[in-house]
Design a protein around this ligand. Structure first.
Ligand SMILES: [Zn+2]
Length: 341
């Protein structure tokens, strides 16, 4: 794997805000990358990107899919004191947002910096500064403009329904750890781009026709609900869960046998276990207690597929996430093995 390309790409994608419903700019970046590699990506109506790589066989097309959309916030209403009430996009771990820097993106593409705070943000002023619930009704955005009223905010062009993107804070550590928000699932977007780069740079041909999908709207449940009809096997490449009652570490690739939507395709899971063993890939099999994937969305959307889910272990998911380059490499290795490369 081209580590330099992977890191550069991950950082670039992280720097482009893409909460569900606002993925256009990030998709445009991916589209450009793919075009530069010599691919011809196509986009469906809802904004998912697809690229097909011809294989040496055409009878069992396979697809890998990573989602480009992330968690985020939206302006719910403007308060009389000039702060913004918020609503969530997807399911962030709200208390972790207290104190985060963010950007409000208006409909006419003005950008204002701000900070996500509780409604009792000063210990010198509020007795409940430390204890107030960090829930959606007790958190606001303070924008960095001189505003004292709702009218002042409206004059800036900020309105209900504007996107609020919070900073990812992407950091590559010497030890191989990568810490950032939105590793779910931009980490796997970057892995898929690194795979596609390797295929194009080295003129590698997968054993079957292979699709790569970059979906939007995964965090809100319907990312890959529509798929090109010929796809037979569909594998979501998305974060592996790390924590209590789970085997996966951030240094491994997780093969999910079952999540909240039920079991994944039995034979496909068995195949992926066997491929990991023969290729000496550091893997685990896990059950995710509270998780839904794009494979579930695809199945519920009526697609006739065998479905799987793999991905690098990501700790503290939907909060301050962390993974490791070893987990990235293991995931990359399993994708290559599934393509017979
Ligand atoms: Zn995800």
């Amino acid at each position: 794997m081209n580590i330099e390309y992977f890191k550069k790409t991950l950082k670039s994608i992280m720097d482009i805000p893409s909460p569900s419903g606002y993925t256009k700019e990030a998709m445009h970046y991916i589209q450009n990358e793919l075009t530069q590699m010599g691919y011809t990506p196509s986009m469906n109506h809802k904004g998912n990107l697809y690229v097909k790589v011809s294989g040496s066989n055409h009878d069992h097309p396979i697809a890998f899919s990573a989602h480009c959309d992330t968690l985020g916030l939206m302006v719910r209403s403007i308060k009389d004191n000039g702060t913004l009430a918020i609503t969530t996009i997807g399911g962030p771990c709200l208390p972790t947002l207290d104190g985060e820097y963010c950007t409000v993106i208006t409909r006419d593409n003005k950008r204002y910096s701000g900070t996500i705070l509780s409604t009792s943000p000063s210990v010198h002023v509020f007795k409940d500064a430390s204890t107030v619930a960090r829930d959606i009704d007790h958190m606001i955005v303070r924008i960095d403009e001189v505003v004292n009223s709702k009218d002042d905010v409206l004059k800036l062009g900020i309105n209900n329904g504007d996107i609020i993107a919070y900073d990812p804070k992407t950091t590559f550590c010497e030890s191989g750890y990568i810490k950032s928000r939105f590793l779910d699932d931009k980490l796997c977007v970057a892995i898929q781009l690194a795979v596609l780069k390797a295929l194009s740079d080295n003129k590698m041909v997968p054993s079957q026709d292979t699709w790569f999908c970059f979906s939007s709207y995964e965090e809100v449940g319907h990312g890959a609900s529509w798929l090109p009809q010929e796809i037979e096997t569909f594998i979501s490449v998305d974060m592996g869960c790390v924590g209590e009652d789970l085997s996966c570490k951030e240094t491994q690739v997780s093969i999910c046998a079952k999540d909240s939507g039920g079991p994944y395709d039995y034979d496909l899971v068995s195949t992926m276990i066997e491929l990991s063993k023969t290729n000496h890939i550091d893997y685990v099999v896990d059950i995710y207690p509270m998780y839904g994937s794009d494979t579930g969305a695809a199945l519920r959307g009526g697609n006739n597929i065998k479905g799987g889910l793999i991905g690098p272990g990501v700790a503290a998911s939907h909060g301050m996430e962390r993974s490791h380059m070893d987990g990235v490499n293991a995931t990359y290795g399993l994708i290559m093995a599934l393509m017979g490369l």
